[in-house]
Write a protein that binds this ligand. Structure first.
Ligand SMILES: Cc1cc2nc3c(=O)[nH]c(=O)nc-3n(C[C@H](O)[C@H](O)[C@H](O)COP(=O)(O)O)c2cc1C
Ligand SMILES: [Fe+2]
Ligand SMILES: [Fe+2]
Length: 398
């Protein structure tokens, strides 16, 4: 439980989760995650902005009571209905029976669908405002970041943006809440991982959200996950802007390979040697059977270069590599320079599939796909190094 006043009228009332192993039952949480919630206390009324995950709901009720004393919150504004934030809704309603639930039309429908709550709700539209006395909330509808009902709430007088999952990251809050009070370096890799894993498919909608925020002055970003951003708000927005436009963050390379018996792996190693020979310094190698997809996707979104290597498997591609390719295609990742190599014993299916995949519009296959039949010869390994050098030279000249 964590309470901190972060501006004249805003209190942080979120919680840390250091016990859930996998967020959304998929994405590892080595540093935990925070479910951020905020209380805006105006001169006349108060509003809770987003809730927390169900198992922490009672903690949140205690935090609200500790701040408001004999008063009760008037509104619960729901920016995002995913249960990591809305799980507490029923308990908040039980603890504060008069709390009015505020959301857009899609949100209010989901409140009924998920929690059976229909009474005492308030439907808001884009641009609507809600006065708390000396604090005014304005609602900005930003659909599909990463659910259809997502919206953001602006506290006009203090230029605070309650952004929902946007600008969020994995990593629990270790003592401090606001960026100025902590070393933030650990959160940036976790921001790339959070974005690439969870929001990655919806870059166009994140860009639309940026467009809708044009003209809104933002001094503080209050996301639903991770630190409150003030000193580094501009850096965080810039990072989300790059990620959502599928612009690589650097000219490094992600090497993703699968291998049952080591032959494809030898090719992947040779490509990496070629990359290093060409001067590429940042090379992330992932054996798909050992690396978690979560971290592979983060490197994919970070680096401009990509190498994929896979054996043929039952006249298709080695399934874990296929899973990576599906995850990349689902997210529509583009602007990557790609090299591929596939292996087989009797029919080069993987090589063909990889070449077709890399040649899809938006990305560029920088060299002809290399096919390995059975074990690699020295000549083929040298060709793989050559392919790495070709990709590396393209990257170092970017
Ligand atoms: C279960 C299984 C299915 C396979 N299916 C095919 C196939 O359909 N076509 C083919 O040419 N090779 C197939 N192979 C052979 C491998 O693709 C080939 O031996 C490859 O070089 C293995 O690479 P690795 O040493 O990196 O694991 C299969 C191998 C296994 C174990
Ligand atoms: Fe979410
Ligand atoms: Fe979330």
């Amino acid at each position: 439980m964590k309470t901190e006043q972060i501006s004249k009228s805003v209190y942080y009332i979120g919680v840390n989760d250091r016990t859930t192993h996998k967020f959304e039952a998929m994405w590892p949480l080595p540093f935990g995650v925070s479910y951020n919630s905020y209380l805006v206390r105006g001169s006349e009324k108060s509003a809770v902005i987003d809730g927390v995950e169900l198992s922490h709901a009672l903690e949140q009720v205690d935090e609200i009571k500790a701040i408001l004393g004999d008063c009760v919150p008037d509104y619960l504004v729901i920016n995002h209905m995913e249960p990591d934030h809305s799980g507490a809704v029923r308990i908040l309603r039980q603890a504060f029976p008069d709390i009015k639930i505020v959301g857009n039309a899609l949100t209010i429908g989901m409140v009924k669908g998920f929690y059976g709550i229909e009474d005492d709700t308030m439907t808001v539209a884009d641009g609507d405002t809600l006065s708390l006395g000396d604090a005014t909330l304005r609602f900005v509808l930003t659909p599909m970041v990463h659910w259809p009902e997502t919206m953001m709430t602006v506290l006009e007088e203090e230029r605070v943006l309650f952004a929902g999952d946007a600008f969020g990251c994995f990593g629990a809050l270790n003592g401090a809440v606001v960026d100025a009070d902590m070393e933030t370096a650990r959160y940036f890799p976790e921001m790339v991982r959070y974005y690439s894993n969870i929001v990655g498919k919806y870059g166009a909608f994140v860009q639309r959200a940026f467009a809708r925020l044009k003209g809104t002055e933002v001094e503080t970003i209050c996301s639903t996950h991770g630190p409150v951003w003030r000193e580094q708000a501009a850096k965080v927005m810039e990072l989300y802007n790059s990620l959502s436009s599928y612009e690589p963050l650097d000219n490094g390379v992600t090497v993703v390979y699968g291998s049952m018996y080591g032959n494809t792996e030898a090719m992947a190693e040779a490509v990496a040697e070629g990359l290093a020979q060409a001067g590429v310094r940042d090379i992330a190698m992932h054996n798909v059977a050992c690396s978690d997809l979560s971290f592979i996707l983060a490197d994919l979104f970070r680096h401009r270069g990509l190498v994929i290597a896979a054996p043929t498997y039952s006249d298709s591609i080695f399934p874990p590599v296929g899973q990576f390719m599906d995850a990349m295609a689902l997210r529509g990742v583009k602007n990557r320079l790609i090299a591929v190599t596939g292996s087989h014993t009797w029919a080069p299916k993987a090589t063909r599939m990889l070449a077709d995949f890399a040649a899809m519009p938006g990305n560029e296959l920088v060299a002809e796909a290399l096919a390995l039949k059975q074990a690699p010869t020295n000549e083929l390994l040298e060709a793989a190094r050559g392919m790495g050098r070709v990709l590396g030279e393209r990257l170092t000249n970017c």
